[in-house]
Write a protein that binds this ligand. Structure first.
Ligand SMILES: O=c1[nH]cc([C@@H]2O[C@H](COP(=O)(O)O)[C@@H](O)[C@H]2O)c(=O)[nH]1
Ligand SMILES: [Mg+2]
Length: 227
């Protein structure tokens, strides 16, 4: 029996936005300059983290001869050009608009830095305006990034009247650390992973889908699509 859902939290990168593709392109470009390879196994360890934490891990695992400052500046420069043109993931807009139209409180909880968030949503102001609130990796209340539960617990606490009970909050995630964070927060989670993801990582998810387009809201006690 799937839990009855009252509130929904969306991850952003790789779930609502096709921005994981951009992170990969940029990191691979920098890695190649030094004859290194940004592998999928390394990528999995970065997804969902704060920018600072992810940079630290990437530098170490790829053993790049750059200072943290040089790496941060160069990735930021290359990413920001591309983030302006980021696409939505299939089914994201339909689902967000559907839940909003039916009065289901929705929000975003992402590891993204605010300076990147602002660029990523430039073309989607209207859509992102439907969220009750947005919690980012740079939020002072989020002490630890995913896979710790902080981002989701803070996000649930900011739904008002009444605040959300974790077991009735549905999380949508693409990343292994995001699924772990949802479980640590005791929230059910629908995982929509990249096709390269090892199915070994699916075990903790409540449900795994190939695309948001496959989601059936009524299975979680939410209003069915009516169009
Ligand atoms: O290849 C990468 N993927 C993901 C990240 C980090 O993971 C976050 C993913 O955020 P979300 O929780 O919205 O999926 C990004 O904002 C970024 O901080 C990264 O640095 N590099
Ligand atoms: Mg993500």
């Amino acid at each position: 029996m799937l839990p009855k859902i009252t509130h929904v939290i969306f991850d952003m990168d790789g779930l609502l936005l096709d921005s994981e593709r951009i992170y990969t392109e940029v990191t691979q470009e920098i890695a190649q300059r030094y004859g290194k390879n940004f592998t999928w196994d390394i990528k999995v360890q970065l997804m969902g983290r704060t920018q600072a934490k992810s940079n630290e891990i990437a530098l170490k695992l790829m053993d790049l001869p750059m200072t943290p400052e040089e790496y941060a500046t160069e990735t930021r420069r290359l990413q920001q050009e591309k983030f302006k043109h980021v696409a939505l993931m299939p089914g994201a807009e339909r689902l967000v608009r559907h839940l909003h139209r039916h009065g289901i409180p929705i929000c975003v909880a992402s590891g993204s830095a605010k300076y990147n968030y602002d660029i990523k949503v430039t073309n989607y102001q209207d859509l992102f305006g439907l969220f009750h609130h947005v919690v980012l990796g740079s939020d002072p209340e989020v002490k630890r990034c995913k896979p710790d539960p902080d981002a989701f617990l803070v996000a649930a606490s900011r739904f008002d009247n009444p605040p959300a009970d974790p077991e009735n909050v549905l999380v949508f995630e693409d990343a292994v650390h995001g699924v772990a964070a949802s479980c640590a927060a005791k929230m059910p989670v629908v995982m929509v992973p990249d096709p390269r993801m090892d199915p070994e990582h699916f075990k903790k998810a409540t449900l795994v889908l190939k695309s948001l387009e496959e989601f059936k809201p009524e299975e979680f006690g939410l209003p069915p699509f009516d169009e």
